[in-house]
Write a protein that binds this ligand. Structure first.
Ligand SMILES: *Cc1c(COP(=O)(O)O)cnc(C)c1O
Length: 379
């Protein structure tokens, strides 16, 4: 917990409430009902027949988190946390957002429960994700533009933490990824585990065995840890997290923390961080706002060092090509974040035998990215 002293009491309160809630059958039942009736769980596990045939190797399944209400896995965590906020009697909700998916999910659950909602978003991200800014405003949230620094996710988190320190008695901070100070990485992981728990049941029904490989994109790491965590003890299931390679692995041009990142502290957590030689946070770049962050969730750093999970990267160009390929072969337009995971599957599936099974997390849908991709491809 690498936070200002003023936040320790709030984080301890949150930890205690979470520990109580997670063993409370009433909390569990309320969350399960919301996940089912409001968010649309369980999501399908879909066999990507044409992509599989086109690549000529392993059989590829997509876990369809893109079909959830609001269009990405973020709603799983937002629903869990708003129920906690209510248990703690906190009526005001704040959050940070990068691509806007977490902001939309948070504004949605705040509207659902009649809470005041303020979303902090970098001014650069507001421009590249204008559709999501409008959605948040329609949902009744105030969207605050953050102009400091690179005006992206890191600065938005700084502002959200500043707000939280000031208003901690009335306010709950719904952090959007498996990042930040304890208990967030644990709590967000637990709320996203439903992805992997469903996947295990669904693949056993369909194929009567576990998958050989799981693939997910890694921003902060919540969709990846949610898919991977229920399989960690299955030694035969290989797992690959895909970071944003941006314009290539050169300082300031990517957001792949395991390609040149070092152990450091950023925004509440000790983990791999992209820093310069003086330990200052480096600029990052990714075509995808949701992967454009200098630190990775701490549990991913642990699982990488232990060797249990492998991490690689896909570049902007590879992700854009995968975005188009999935749309054309399967009729599914993925988020640009998700397209990084698809890009790695496109690289690796042809080299795998045809009887092997890949599950890739289709973490979100691409509507928010269509105008950006159209500009890139000149459509
Ligand atoms: C936010 C987002 C991500 C990245 O966040 P993680 O916490 O790493 O999952 C990935 N995919 C989509 C669709 C997102 O909205």
């Amino acid at each position: 917990m690498f936070v200002p002293e003023t936040l320790i009491a709030a984080l301890e309160e949150l930890t205690a409430e979470y520990e109580r809630a997670k063993v409370d059958p009433i909390f569990r039942a309320e969350l399960d009902a919301l996940l089912r009736d409001f968010a649309g769980r369980p999501t399908p596990l879909y066999f990507a027949n044409r992509l599989t045939n086109a690549l000529g190797g392993a059989r590829i399944y997509l876990k369809r988190e893109d079909l959830l209400h609001t269009g990405a896995h973020k709603i799983n965590n937002a629903l869990g946390q708003i129920l906690l906020a209510r248990r703690m009697g906190k009526q005001r909700i704040i959050a940070e957002t990068g691509a806007g998916q977490h902001g939309v999910a948070t504004a949605t659950v705040a509207a659902r429960f009649g809470c005041e909602c303020v979303i902090y978003m970098g001014a650069v991200d507001m421009e590249r994700q204008a559709l999501n800014v409008a959605r948040m405003r329609f949902l009744g949230a105030e969207v605050v533009a953050v102009n400091a620094g690179q005006a992206t996710l890191k600065e938005a988190i700084n502002e959200a933490m500043r707000d939280w320190v000031t208003n901690v008695r009335t306010t709950h901070y719904i952090l959007g990824s498996a990042l930040g100070s304890h208990p967030y990485p644990m709590m967000v992981r637990d709320f996203q585990r439903v992805i992997g728990v469903e996947t295990r049941r669904q693949i056993l029904e369909r194929e009567e065995r576990l998958p050989d490989l799981l693939v997910a994109c890694v921003g902060g790491g919540s969709n990846a840890i949610g898919l991977f965590h229920p399989f960690l003890n299955d030694a035969d299931v290989r797992m690959i997290g895909v970071e944003a390679g941006g314009e290539g692995i050169r300082a300031g041009k990517h957001a792949a923390r395991f390609q040149g990142g070092k152990l450091g502290v950023l925004q509440g957590t000790r983990t791999f961080v992209l820093t310069d030689d003086d330990g200052q946070i480096q600029l990052t770049h990714s075509v995808s706002a949701g992967l454009d962050y200098a630190a990775i969730g701490p549990e991913h750093s642990y699982l990488r060092d232990s060797g249990r999970i492998e991490y690689t990267f896909a570049t902007d160009g590879e992700a854009l090509a995968a975005f188009r390929r999935l749309a054309e072969t399967e009729g599914i337009i993925p988020a640009l974040e998700t397209a990084h995971a698809i890009a790695h599957v496109i690289k690796i599936a042809p080299e795998m035998p045809q009887d092997q099974l890949i599950v890739v997390n289709c973490s979100g849908r691409g509507d928010k990215d269509v105008s950006q991709a159209a500009a890139h491809f000149g459509l």
